[in-house]
Design a protein around this ligand. Structure first.
Ligand code: FES
Length: 83
Protein backbone atom coordinates (compact mmCIF):
# COMPACT_ATOMS: atom_id res chain seq x y z
CA UNK A 1 0.00 0.00 0.00
CA UNK A 2 1.08 3.57 -0.59
CA UNK A 3 0.78 6.00 2.32
CA UNK A 4 1.93 9.47 1.37
CA UNK A 5 5.43 8.92 0.05
CA UNK A 6 5.89 5.59 1.83
CA UNK A 7 5.29 2.17 0.30
CA UNK A 8 4.39 -0.34 2.99
CA UNK A 9 4.18 -4.10 2.59
CA UNK A 10 1.68 -5.80 4.89
CA UNK A 11 1.88 -9.52 5.61
CA UNK A 12 -0.15 -12.05 7.52
CA UNK A 13 2.18 -14.87 8.51
CA UNK A 14 1.86 -17.54 11.20
CA UNK A 15 -1.25 -15.86 12.66
CA UNK A 16 0.44 -12.48 13.01
CA UNK A 17 0.44 -9.24 11.04
CA UNK A 18 3.57 -7.39 9.98
CA UNK A 19 4.21 -4.11 8.18
CA UNK A 20 7.60 -3.07 6.80
CA UNK A 21 8.83 -0.83 4.03
CA UNK A 22 7.72 -2.33 0.74
CA UNK A 23 10.74 -1.34 -1.36
CA UNK A 24 13.88 -3.47 -1.25
CA UNK A 25 17.07 -1.65 -0.21
CA UNK A 26 19.08 -3.39 -2.92
CA UNK A 27 17.53 -2.12 -6.15
CA UNK A 28 13.95 -1.32 -5.26
CA UNK A 29 12.28 -4.69 -5.69
CA UNK A 30 8.61 -5.06 -4.65
CA UNK A 31 8.73 -6.79 -1.28
CA UNK A 32 4.94 -7.24 -1.13
CA UNK A 33 5.43 -9.81 -3.92
CA UNK A 34 8.19 -11.68 -2.06
CA UNK A 35 7.90 -15.19 -0.68
CA UNK A 36 7.41 -15.59 3.05
CA UNK A 37 8.96 -18.32 5.15
CA UNK A 38 10.05 -18.59 8.76
CA UNK A 39 9.35 -14.94 9.55
CA UNK A 40 11.33 -13.70 6.55
CA UNK A 41 10.39 -12.14 3.22
CA UNK A 42 12.61 -12.82 0.21
CA UNK A 43 12.77 -10.11 -2.44
CA UNK A 44 11.50 -11.50 -5.76
CA UNK A 45 14.20 -9.76 -7.79
CA UNK A 46 17.56 -10.94 -6.36
CA UNK A 47 16.79 -12.72 -3.11
CA UNK A 48 17.71 -10.30 -0.34
CA UNK A 49 15.90 -11.33 2.81
CA UNK A 50 14.33 -9.25 5.55
CA UNK A 51 12.93 -10.11 8.95
CA UNK A 52 9.20 -9.36 8.97
CA UNK A 53 9.15 -8.18 12.57
CA UNK A 54 12.10 -5.78 12.44
CA UNK A 55 12.89 -5.06 8.79
CA UNK A 56 16.47 -6.11 9.48
CA UNK A 57 18.50 -7.92 6.85
CA UNK A 58 18.04 -11.60 7.73
CA UNK A 59 21.65 -12.51 6.97
CA UNK A 60 23.55 -9.63 8.57
CA UNK A 61 20.88 -8.59 11.10
CA UNK A 62 21.63 -4.96 10.17
CA UNK A 63 18.67 -2.58 10.29
CA UNK A 64 17.54 -2.02 6.71
CA UNK A 65 13.82 -1.29 6.46
CA UNK A 66 11.39 0.56 8.69
CA UNK A 67 8.91 -1.61 10.52
CA UNK A 68 5.53 -0.28 11.57
CA UNK A 69 3.27 -1.15 14.48
CA UNK A 70 0.20 -2.93 13.12
CA UNK A 71 -2.93 -4.25 14.78
CA UNK A 72 -6.29 -5.69 13.82
CA UNK A 73 -9.61 -5.29 15.57
CA UNK A 74 -13.27 -5.43 14.56
CA UNK A 75 -12.27 -6.35 11.01
CA UNK A 76 -10.04 -3.30 10.60
CA UNK A 77 -6.26 -3.28 10.21
CA UNK A 78 -4.46 -0.19 11.53
CA UNK A 79 -0.84 0.82 11.02
CA UNK A 80 0.95 3.47 13.08
CA UNK A 81 2.58 5.87 10.64
CA UNK A 82 5.40 8.16 11.66
CA UNK A 83 3.98 11.52 12.38
S1 FES B 1 16.02 -5.55 -5.64
FE1 FES B 1 15.64 -6.80 -3.93
S2 FES B 1 17.27 -8.17 -3.90
FE2 FES B 1 17.69 -6.89 -5.57
Amino acid sequence: MVCGQDVIAVYRHANALYAIDGVCMHQGGPLAKGKIANGTVTCPWHGWQYDLATGNNSTTCKPMLKSYKIREGNGVIEIDLPG
